[in-house]
Design a protein around this ligand. Structure first.
Ligand code: AMP
Length: 416
């Protein structure tokens, strides 16, 4: 075929687009209940926005960004993730100027040059939240709980919450030193990317998609042995709060998350069905400051919509989404077609879905169309109906037929 969609992208139409919108409206309505308001940012930003926040050593920045020069020679990047752009918008618009915790959610496409496979695309959609203003284990718990609630409201089962802490700055520094010390004489066994990560951010080595399962990485020092007392207490209180809310979790020492900005709590919801992360997030202490904003901490998470959709399809969790056409109008001559257009418009204004045939005047092809569409009602308009103002209405479901005055058709179709 001459024209095909770009590798790693998806088209949404018919039932698929309804499923996408179903997920969107369900998750948005839940977070609105938590007091989140929507933030809509451009799908591209100055490249620096992502380099500075996600980190040069991350796979996203070093390998996966769609970066290009515009006609004014500015380096722009299609957003690979949501947090950096939301922070940029928060700082640029001084949304920190009023007191209190700020809660935002976003929904939309992200772009990463990854190797396409099931559940991994080059354009995919994320739903995410970001909360600014406080660092508290109880806030961390509440944010994780909202992600947990989203999954349960979509009735998704078989999901594990993995959680870890990567500590405060002091813990991270101690841990980074320990990792450098451990890996310095093992570099020859690591991939080229990891050699690079060793210099820039050794914690990223633990996250490597190539070396990740090797014994060298499994036996590497664990962050829990390098946490400061404060970081330990923060994490324990987060876990305690999750226990109280009866949110099941698994502590995973090797969970470090692939983006540079995280501190303290990091988490992922993993599907038993395919082992993929359906949601991931964490706390970040100084991202807002690094955008020249005030010293305000944040926490957030992002869901992959395609992965949610995939699981919901496997577990048969979507309600019936193909809405039936209420009425097909059959019209028997050109003048009746005009009548049909007018009737269709009145019915549609009353939220009744209507289809009609625009071309044929004989009954046979119009009944064929109607058979295909399978509406709840068929209205027939011919010369006699036009003159009397009384239309023939077939109730397809109950297999009956009535003569109905024009101004009573709406009530009839609505069953009133
Ligand atoms: P991240 O921004 O990498 O923390 O990813 C957050 C979530 O987005 C993941 O848990 C996935 O559900 C989803 N996700 C990330 N990358 C992709 C991708 N390439 N294709 C589809 N979904 C993705």
């Amino acid at each position: 075929m001459a024209y095909q969609k770009v590798k790693g992208t998806l088209d949404y139409f018919d039932l698929d687009s309804k499923k996408y919108r179903f997920i969107e409206s369900k998750v948005s309505s839940i977070v609105k209940g938590y007091g989140f308001s929507e933030m809509i940012t451009p799908i591209f930003e100055n490249t620096e926005v992502f380099v500075r926040s996600v980190g040069e050593a991350s796979d996203i920045v070093s390998k996966e960004m769609y970066t290009f020069l515009d006609k004014g020679e500015r380096s722009l990047t299609l957003r690979p993730e949501g947090t950096a752009a939301i922070v940029r918008c928060f700082v640029e618009n001084k949304l920190y100027a009023t007191p209190g915790i700020k809660k935002y959610y976003y929904f939309g496409p992200m772009f990463r040059y990854e190797r396409p496979q099931k559940g991994r695309y080059r354009q995919f959609n994320q739903f995410g939240v970001e909360v600014y203003g406080d660092a508290s284990p109880y806030l961390d718990c509440d944010v994780i709980y909202s992600a947990y609630k989203i999954l349960s409201s979509l009735k998704i089962k078989g999901i594990k919450l993995k959680i870890n802490t990567i500590g405060d700055f002091e813990s991270r520094k101690n841990y980074t030193d320990a990792l450098r010390n451990y890996f310095k004489d093992k570099l020859e066994f690591l991939c080229d990317d990891c050699k690079n990560r060793f210099a820039k951010n050794p914690m990223r080595i633990l996250d490597c998609k190539v070396d990740g399962e090797s014994d060298i990485i499994k036996n590497a020092p664990k962050i829990k042995d390098y946490l400061t007392d404060e970081a330990k207490e923060y994490f324990n209180n987060t876990l305690k709060a999750l226990d109280e809310l009866k949110v099941p979790y698994i502590c995973d020492d090797n969970l470090v998350r692939g983006l540079d900005y995280y501190t303290d709590t990091v988490f992922e919801f993993i599907s038993d069905f395919d082992g993929l992360a359906i949601c991931a997030g964490g706390r970040y202490a100084d991202l807002i400051k690094s955008f020249d904003g005030p010293d305000i901490p944040g926490i957030g998470f992002a869901f992959g919509i395609e992965r949610i959709k995939n699981i919901m399809e496997q577990e048969d969790l979507f309600p019936k989404l193909d809405n039936l056409t209420d009425v097909v109008i059959i019209s028997l001559d050109d003048e009746s077609k005009i009548c049909a257009l007018k009737l269709a418009s009145i019915l549609r204004e009353n939220k009744i879905t209507v289809e009609m045939d625009y071309k044929n005047n004989s009954l046979k092809p119009q009944f064929k169309l109607s058979d295909r569409i399978n509406p709840k009602y068929i209205v027939i308009i011919g010369e006699a109906e036009r003159e009397s103002g009384i239309y023939t209405v077939k109730d397809v479901l109950n297999k009956k037929e009535d003569k109905v005055e024009l101004n009573k058709i709406i009530d009839y179709v609505k069953g009133e």
